[in-house]
Write a protein that binds this ligand. Structure first.
Ligand code: IMP
Length: 427
């Protein structure tokens, strides 16, 4: 069973990048299968912090092959910018080890404009998207009108498709959002020139994945966003447009259903959300400022992709249990435990109440209506960032982790206690 899947169990930003970095050390292939450059995966190695949006975090390990699957939506300009950033840092990003699926949808500059115009037009009902064009690109995919990475390989046809696409979005934006007409020829021309540079990377990624799995190679799948942003099972409509649970791997990479060695659910030790939508355990005031941080540190709670301050709250055990079932999570990786040091007490949501009844059963479609029921636990004073074994943690921190695994129904196998690669406890 050479497959491992690492996915977020919350609303994204769980610290997947660093966990994937750790797991990649043992993998032969690392693959992304959903989303696009709305993701922001941060990995710190020594003095260098890598912020990756599209390319799997496993690229930092020189021995891996890295795959961008057909379930993704790929902005060629972001892809090229990321290549350049990695190349400057001395990472090998040659087409010998980095592969983009020919069936992945392309995000164009006008998808971005459309995404932003749509969300603006929603007014108070806005979703708070990252503005990266994710929704409009997946709409084009479902409508079977989008540009795919494979289209880049036929330059003349790609040029005319790109021009028709920009002209169509321009018409849409004029009619629906009263925008000025766009210069389709100039926008498409510039986009095509740049996108062509992606050509050497484009191939049948599913075939590569299947062949390597058949040869017994180990695949690590890196989910983007978190299960609560899943298009079907998340807090719709406040979700992203892809499948963000572990189940998305098979369709999003082009491999058959098969046994998986483990599904690691990455869970921040508290809850955060960027963008709009229900958040039962959200905190305001002093405690929110304390959990969010000032923004002075790269690990403070500000979006990696958009820089927006994240909403913060106590860990929601009801949602965690739901996601463990939804994604088939076999173990948890708890991140940012160090941030909780110094709090006199902690709360975990273990049930919801609605209409005078409380319990841990709920309907995700009505999430905004529930009130959290908390269990309060003693906090701990000590700085835990130097802990490397569970025994190094204060008893209250161990009790907190134990309680998380009891509530979730999955064991905690990994705990991160700081941003550095080695600040990890393997349980
Ligand atoms: P979109 O994916 O840009 O369409 O945004 C839809 C929702 O998902 C918004 O609430 C975003 O803030 C959120 N979102 C998308 N990607 C991420 C991510 O990687 N981390 C956290 N939130 C995200």
């Amino acid at each position: 069973m050479p497959i491992e899947i690492a996915v977020g169990t919350q609303w994204g930003d769980e610290g997947k990048g660093r966990v994937v970095d750790l797991l990649s050390a043992e993998a032969d292939l690392v693959a992304r299968f959903n989303g696009g450059d709305n993701a922001g995966h941060t990995v710190t190695v020594g003095q260098t912090t890598f912020k990756l949006h599209l390319i799997p975090s496993g690229i930092i390990h020189p021995h891996t092959l890295c795959l961008l699957g057909n379930g993704m939506v790929i902005n060629p300009l972001s892809f090229l910018a990321e290549l350049e950033m990695l190349e400057k840092a001395g990472v090998d990003v040659s087409p010998r080890r980095l592969f983009v699926s020919q069936a992945a949808l392309l995000i164009t500059p006008v998808h971005r404009l459309l995404d932003q115009a749509q969300d603006e037009a929603r007014g108070a009902g806005r979703l708070g998207t990252t503005g990266r064009g994710i929704g409009p690109a997946y709409v084009d995919k479902a409508a079977r009108s989008g540009l795919r990475a494979g289209d880049i390989l036929d330059e003349a046809a790609f040029r005319s498709k790109a021009q028709a696409h920009v002209a169509e979005v321009s018409r849409l934006m004029q009619v629906l959002y009263h925008k000025d007409p766009l210069d389709a020829q100039a926008i498409a021309g510039d986009f095509v020139e740049k996108a062509l540079r992606m050509a050497p990377y484009i191939t049948d990624v599913g075939a590569i994945a299947r062949k390597n799995l058949a040869a017994g190679k180990r695949l690590l799948a890196e989910g983007a966003q978190g299960a609560l942003l899943d298009l079907d099972h998340g807090t719709y409509p406040y979700v992203t447009s892809s499948c963000t649970t572990a189940t998305g791997l098979f369709g999003g990479l082009g491999i058959g259903i098969q046994a998986v060695q483990r599904v690691v659910g990455i869970t921040k030790a508290f809850q955060t959300r960027v963008g709009d939508g229900p958040f039962p355990t959200e905190l305001e005031g002093e405690m929110a400022l304390r959990l969010r941080g000032s923004g002075a540190n790269p690990w403070d709670e500000y979006g990696t992709t958009t820089g927006r301050p994240r909403r913060v709250g106590w860990l929601d055990g009801v949602l965690l249990k739901y996601v463990v079932e939804l994604s088939g999570i076999s173990e948890l990786g708890v991140t940012k435990l160090d941030i909780l040091s110094g709090l006199p007490s902690l709360k975990v949501c273990t049930a919801y109440s609605l209409d005078g009844r409380s319990g841990d059963e709920f309907n995700v479609a009505r999430l905004g209506e529930y009130r959290p029921v908390y269990e309060e636990m003693p906090g701990w004073e000590a700085d835990v960032s130097g802990a490397r074994r569970l025994q190094d943690l204060p008893a209250a921190a161990r009790r907190y982790l134990n309680r998380i695994q009891e509530i979730a129904g999955a064991p905690v196998r990994l705990v991160s206690v700081g941003p550095e690669r080695e600040q990890v406890i393997l349980a």
